[in-house]
Design a protein around this ligand. Structure first.
Ligand SMILES: [Zn+2]
Length: 170
């Protein structure tokens, strides 16, 4: 497994003041960390967590999925309070598993799906399932294209984060 650790430093208003190892097609400095999230539920929960970390001056650790074409990837996110409301975010790849199929992330089918921003599962009917399962079992995607998707947050992830926040609060 490749070593992958990305770091962000955020000021008290969550603007990015420094990054390490973050490869992006534009300069991130000065942008707000939440400019890159498009699900309001997730933004709200993360903002609450950031606020609590600053108030309690205690490290918060959680995990989330950020897959790519070839691999299902589990990341650990460590949120560390520094002085003056500054937060250090460390995103660390902790587990990587090959996908059963290779997705072509460049091409998109025209159908719109919802993808949980936190576990990367896709909404099919009332359930959230792995994209691979959707491709393999349901044959819903042509040619392994990733569908057009909009981010959302599934109930399980929402509950997981809220529970972690509750434990953190104790
Ligand atoms: Zn989820």
């Amino acid at each position: 497994m490749e070593e992958l650790i990305q770091e962000y430093l955020l000021d008290k208003d969550n603007n990015i003041i420094d990054t390490k190892n973050v490869i992006y097609d534009k300069n991130l400095l000065g942008l707000n960390y939440f400019d890159f999230a498009d699900d309001l539920t997730l933004i709200k929960i993360l903002k609450d967590i950031f606020k609590k970390v600053r108030e309690k001056r205690k490290i918060f650790i959680t995990t989330y999925r950020c897959d790519n074409e070839k691999n299902m990837r589990l990341f650990e996110l460590e949120i560390i309070p520094l002085n003056n409301g500054i937060l250090k975010l460390i995103h660390k790849l902790i587990k990587e598993t090959n996908r059963s199929i290779e997705l072509d992330l460049e091409k998109r089918s025209s159908e719109l799906f919802y993808l949980c921003a936190w576990c990367n599962r896709i909404k099919v009917g009332d359930n959230f399932i792995e994209i691979d399962d959707a491709v393999n079992k349901l044959k819903m995607l042509e040619y392994n294209y990733l569908p057009k998707f909009s981010h959302c947050m599934c109930e399980e992830c929402k509950e997981k984060l809220l529970n972690e926040m509750e434990d953190f609060d104790k």
